[in-house]
Design a protein. Structure first.
Length: 92
């Protein structure tokens, strides 16, 4: 979302220019060009794709986090088992 918002705010493509606000003829041209280039549809598609990428990235990061947590749990189990074996050997 921040990428999309940054792009829209820096380019100013979704905002009318001051000239278009002051002169209705330029405003009509601006509206016509906006329809001609399908700006609304393109930005909706772009936002959808960016959200899809963001959700996929979150998903893969969560999978990596779970794998690391799983490995840490197995290491802890192994260390507890090793400590138990050493304690039994020390007792005998």
């Amino acid at each position: 979302n921040s990428i999309f918002i940054g792009m829209v705010s820096k380019l100013g493509l979704l905002e009318r220019s001051d000239t278009a606000w002051n002169n209705s003829e330029y405003g009509g041209v601006w509206d016509g060009m906006r329809r001609e280039f399908e700006m609304d549809d393109r930005f909706q598609n772009l936002e959808f794709k960016l959200n899809l990428i963001q959700n996929n990235t979150r998903f893969f990061i969560e999978i990596l986090h779970n794998q690391k947590a799983n490995n840490a749990e197995w290491i802890i189990i192994g260390l507890i088992a090793l400590e138990s074996v050493l304690m039994v050997m020390d007792m005998s």
